[in-house]
Design a protein around this ligand. Sequence first.
Ligand SMILES: [Zn+2]
Length: 143
Amino acid sequence: MTSDTGVLDVDALFEAAAAVRERAYAPYSQFKVGAAIRGAGGGLHVGCNVENAAYPSGTCAEEAAIAAMIAAGETRIAAIAVLGSGDTPVTPCGACRQRIREFGAPTTAIHAGCAGGARRSLVLEGLLPHAFGPDLLARAAEP
Ligand SMILES: [Zn+2]
């Protein structure tokens, strides 16, 4: 295994995201998304989007991958790859940016990709500047 920022690991994350994306349940939008997280402890956690006839009940791929990470006993995201449909790299939605912030850091790598093959690598701070996170609650609890 390479470091979380290594090119080989980015490829591995996209491979895992592509595999789980095939299992996405997206009968309404046809927009399948797969996400793969490299946990700070080295674990690989994947998730796909799961739509619902009652649309707001659907869940995001990143959300599912984070749940898998927590279920596996890891709590820190070193890097995440998100692979969506179309020709434009897919970045996490606003709610998922906040979810990633809970378990990541401003410098957490977010690799966005799409079925068309284009990729873009960003960090969380670029997608969610001046984010609210658990560290702020900890500071508020101090005397
Ligand atoms: Zn989302």
